[in-house]
Design a protein. Sequence first.
Length: 154
Amino acid sequence: MSRAGQYDIVTDQGSNFTIHLAYQDDNGVGLTLDSWDARMQVRRSATDQQLILWITGSTVDNDTGDAWSTAVTGGGSTGEFGITGGVTGDGYLKIGVSSSGATGFTGGILINVQADTMANVPHGKHWYDLEIYNGTTVHKLIRGRFEVEPEITR
């Protein structure tokens, strides 16, 4: 596995945040992520113990049709939380989907955080990374800045 890609994100406080990634090999062919889980964390700095967002998800079981395991946790009105705290947010992280959320898109990763959760994300320049894991095997896919522009109309 090569080093994680660098991708800076700029989004708006109080608006829906959505990003779709296509995890592909060197020939542009989507990589199968069946039985993998994913997690993305956002922090004010890489060494900060407090989180701003924590998003987790998994693949849907196409054989059984079992739904994704997915969760978004935000800081609520305080904006930050510890590894065991936080407020359940609205959104998801789904693996194996297209940008519209349709299943069967090999290598597709769709992340969505709804506006009510993003309203409590502090504005400023933060840090994030996104990784996939299967048991003890972990691959960091992307990392970078997570810049949140302040909300004006509230």
